[in-house]
Every structure is written in C-alpha cells, then in structure tokens.
Design a protein around this ligand. Structure first.
Ligand code: AVI
Length: 314
C-alpha cells in the first residue's frame, strides 16, 4: 500500500446494505458508486474511448487548449486535489502547466487509485502524491503537509451531473469547506444538447455502456451474495427533459424474484432499477448552482462544438 494512504473503502457488508436499501424502496434504485469495482472501472475506461461518448474528448481538448491559461490564474507552489480520480490523465495535463508541489487524488476505487499513485510517482517525481481512498461525497481530511499551500480542487468528467441538485450543492459547499479560504475549484460540466447526441452516448452501438450498467448486478452477485441473471435485465438510457438528465435503468424482462444477502426481492415484468442520473446544464444554470454553494464562477471555457464546459470557481 502506498505511503500516506488513508483508507475508508466500502466493505462487502456496506455494499449489501446499500444495495438492499435501494432495492427494497418503492422505486428500485442502486447508488452509482457501486459501478466502480475493478471491472466497472475498466468498462468506464472503455466508455471514455467510444466514438459516441463525447464528454472525455471534449473536456480533454478544453484542458489541453487552456491549461496555460488556467495555470496563470493559480498561485505557485499549489496542491492539486482531484475528486473522483480513477485516472490521472486530465490531472497530468494541468500538472504539466501548474507550478504544483502536491497532488492529492481522492477516489473510492482502491485498485485504480493505487495504480495511479504508482504511475504518478514515476512520471511526476517532483510532485508529492498523497492518495486518499474515500467516497468523495463524505468529508475528507487533507494531509497536514499541504496546509500552507494554495489549493486548486479539480472535479472533472461532469461527475457533478451524477448528483441530484441538492446533493450537488451540498458537495460543492463541502469542497469549499475542505479546501478552505482562497481556494479555487476547476470543474467539468456537460452541457445540455439534443437527445440525438445524448442517447447514443449512454447507449452505444458496441454495448459497452450496457455492460457497464449490468456489471452492477454482477458485482452484487460477487460481493453481496445475490443471484441476478443478467440475461433477464436490459439496459435503457432515457432523456428526462423536465429534469434535464439522462437516466440509466436496468429493466427486468420478466416477473422474477432474486435474492440478495438472504433477502428475496421481487420484480414485476418491465419494472426497472434506476442506476444513474447524468444531469446536463446550461452555463447560467451551473453558475447559479455553484453560487448556491458559495462559489463564484470566474471563467468558463467550452470546446469549439459547445458540447462541454470547464468552470474556474473561486
Ligand atoms: C462518471 N460520469 C460522469 C459518467 C457520466 O457520463 O455520467 C458515468 C457514465 N455513465 C454512463 N456512461 C458514463
């Protein structure tokens, strides 16, 4: 285990308890953080390379084009604190331009974080890497050694869109508190667009997103003593225009009873498990959300096709 590793990862009993809570509710749900076991992280990596999944390419393009501009706004000797850091590729673009002394990746996916830390310690030797294995929705304690450094929070990938609005405001307010006075936050936010672009991004021709969604059931079979037959569930991605979000569901093809941690769970034919929301924003709508959490959006960058936005909040 890397030096300085703070560990608070989910145990199998947490996984079973969280799954039971969602699956016994009136409308069945599963928390999206359960996607990210080792297989789920690999499938998410494959999603980011799909021709239909534009967010990663668009955001990476913005970061490459604007990294120098971003770095010019951040004080030297800073610490970069990345929330949801299962892959360092976006942080590395920033670190190549920032005058940074420390990098603190925070992620629940322990194995991915471990591998990232090893790579970063090799490729960015002048920077101290302090990984934190934690659910970033819960408060985290930053290492004492970065206390005096200027802080830049980084929350790429539009993961903010996976939270509902109240949760997003609470999260942004908590980040503000964690980073402290004078800190900045660089955040990637996916923009509202036609469902003709959105639906294929979440229901791709190769079936990679379907496999990612169904893996949550396989994970419950592996870790929560469940007996889902994934062939009896179908992946669906729908655009909810009122809530401005893509919703991912797993629909039961037939009436069936599955078991999880010794408990029977009944499904009607056609009933769904709601596994994820991915909210999309206009620029003013996101600025208002950030303001409610006490942040002020100073600069917003977009890609040439206006698919994605990156905001610097202070
Ligand atoms: C991690 N998150 C921002 C992705 C998204 O686009 O909402 C997760 C994802 N789900 C399906 N495809 C990608």
């Amino acid at each position: 285990m890397p030096e300085g590793f703070i560990q608070s990862v989910s145990t199998s009993s947490d996984v079973a308890a969280e799954a039971l809570r969602g699956l016994t509710a009136l409308r069945k749900t599963l928390p999206p953080k359960l996607f990210y076991d080792e297989t789920g992280c690999a499938l998410f990596g494959a999603i980011t390379a799909l021709p239909e999944y534009y967010p990663t390419r668009a955001e990476t393009g913005i970061l490459r084009a604007r990294a120098a501009d971003i770095a010019a706004r951040i004080e030297p000797g800073c610490a970069l604190i990345e929330y949801g850091a299962s892959d360092e590729s976006k942080a590395a673009i920033l670190l190549d331009h920032l005058d940074a002394d420390a990098y603190i990746p925070i992620d629940i996916a322990h194995d991915a974080l471990n591998a990232l830390t090893r790579r970063m310690r090799w490729t960015h030797r002048a920077i101290t890497v302090h990984p934190i294995a934690a659910d970033f929705l819960a408060p985290v304690r930053l290492p004492k050694s970065i206390r005096a450094m200027p802080k830049l929070g980084f929350f790429p990938g539009s993961t903010i869109g996976n939270l509902d609005h109240d949760q997003a405001i609470r999260f942004l307010a908590m980040v503000r508190e964690t980073l402290g006075q004078g800190a900045s936050l660089l955040i990637g936010v996916d923009l509202e667009k036609s469902p003709d672009i959105l639906i294929p991004a979440y229901d791709d021709a190769q079936g990679t997103t379907a496999a990612f969604n169904l893996n949550i059931l396989q994970r419950l079979n592996r870790e929560a003593d469940a007996d889902f037959d994934t062939a009896l569930f179908t992946h669906h991605a729908i655009w909810n225009d009122q809530a401005k979000r893509i919703e991912m569901h797993l629909q039961s093809r037939i009436a069936q009873t599955i078991h999880l941690a010794g408990r029977p769970i009944r499904f009607q034919a056609g009933e769904t498990i709601h596994t994820e929301n991915s909210h999309k924003f206009s620029i003013p709508a996101f600025q208002t959300l950030a303001q409610k959490a006490g942040w002020h959006s100073t600069t917003t960058w977009t890609d040439p096709d206006n698919l994605f936005s990156v905001h610097l909040l202070t």
